[in-house]
Design a binder for this molecule. Sequence first.
Ligand SMILES: [Zn+2]
Ligand SMILES: [Zn+2]
Length: 359
Amino acid sequence: MLEKDFLESEKETVTVKCQNCGGNMNFDPETQMLKCEHCETVVDFDKSTAVEELDILTAFGNAEEWKDESSVYRCENCGAVVVLKMGETATGCPYCGTAHVVKTTELAGLKPTAVIPFTLSKNSALEKAKEWAKKKFFAPKSFKKNLYAENFRGVYQPTFTFDSKTESYYSARLGTRHTRVVGSGKNRRTETYIVWRHVSGVYNDFFDDVLINADTAYSQKTLNKIMPFDYSSVKVYDSEYMTGFMAKRSDKPIETCWDEAKAVMDSAIKKRILSRYHYDVVDYIRVNTTHTEVTYKYVLLPVYLLNFNHKKKNYSVHINGNTAKVVGKSPVSFLKVLATVGASLGLVALVGLVVYFCS
Ligand SMILES: [Zn+2]
Ligand SMILES: [Zn+2]
């Protein structure tokens, strides 16, 4: 046992250092290989695309843990917990931008089963963020100026994807609007009335890869906004994809994520059932769904994060590590807004004066 542990940790150190100059080897999104920070030597590693769909029953309580192949860091400022490849050091928090990160003995949690690697380099992502910031007219100059590589970090966000075969018994009360002419003489008018009917039946469907965010601090809304990710590049998880990057530790149990996935499926099922009928109004629709052949993947998604503090408020910009789609809020410079409003008011006054003197 001891010997095995020793061999594994030795393997870790060999892959992290460059054989040529001893520099650090990081995962390089452009070549999809490990690349030396100093001499740019690249080394390939085994990649597998045979991502397994795991039975959900194995996940409840006995899924594989990440364990000792990783280091865990906690941010003392915002509480974010990140997981790094063993031997790597976190220098700052990607979520709040501070440097108050400390190594902890906390567990890393579930081991990911799959990863969508970064395909966009840090520099290309930074360029996209700069283009985005340029278009933010009211953003302060300091914001545009401070978009530099140091406070720009690549983080894998933890997500679950679920597959499920569904059978739903449903009943609903649907109404269609009709019109009729009532009254006579002056009181003759058209009125609308609703004809109600009950419908019921069985609806079968299959859901593939329903994606649920497994990080409570990261909003599903933001995730949905930067989607889609390049699912064709999904690989079996390997710690090599983590070198030079980090992963957010999941803080949402798979049971909770599965409940959320069921709710997503239920609302899709309701929509799909209703689309089979002609109706104008729905009184209610009740669906009772049984899920079978439920499988999951625990997938890491590539996101570049940029944090910016402006007047004690934290702003973050999120960039999809595959498509470079940028989502975020930029701070607003009060002076710029004032200047613009002032300028337009001035223009109005000027036009007023011209009209006054020329008429
Ligand atoms: Zn080197
Ligand atoms: Zn933080």
